[in-house]
Ligand binder design. Sequence first.
Ligand SMILES: [Zn+2]
Ligand SMILES: [Zn+2]
Length: 209
Amino acid sequence: MNTHASPKAPLSPADGHLDERSRRARVEPMSVLALGDGLYEVESGSGATYLIDVEAGRCTCPDHVFRNVRCKHLRRVAIEITEGRTPPPGQLALECHDCETAVFVDERTPEPVYCDDHAISPGDTVRDRETGSRLTVVDASDLRADHVQIREADCTVAEYGTNETYDPDVPVVGAIYPHASVRRHGPVPESLKVYVFPRTRLERVPTDS
Ligand SMILES: [Zn+2]
Ligand SMILES: [Zn+2]
């Protein structure tokens, strides 16, 4: 199609301000912290902190409050969410229990949280931090260590022996010693017993080590 190129309209002063705000939103030093409930705290380079409600498009800074503009703080939060550097509304950035990786999780997710390298699921090999033994995970549960009873002992997983040094409000994990083997039609050996641990007592072992 052969259309006449319309001459570019000169930037109005308002457009100039918009461009300047986008540039500053991108390049100025600011730190963004997701607080939950769709709220973010932005600390500017000068040390001032503002509260941003990103879905409502509101900020507590003078530029927004008195001039009612989409300020650089709002823009910065939006940019960081888009680029995956800040969690979107409904999520928080928490540190992995076993390393310092930030993990974006639903804001109702209880701690501890784990990154992809440290999350465990059935079949994974883990190390018992108390004994150094390696075990194979058979069940990763949502039940808490202080809510699960150990049948043989008259106490909860959280109260059992050395588990007392671990947080009682973490989920439990069932695991077996991996050298356990079952003979065809043979009795299930004692070594196939599933032991239940507080999640934080176990550490994922990379499969190639
Ligand atoms: Zn602002
Ligand atoms: Zn990790």
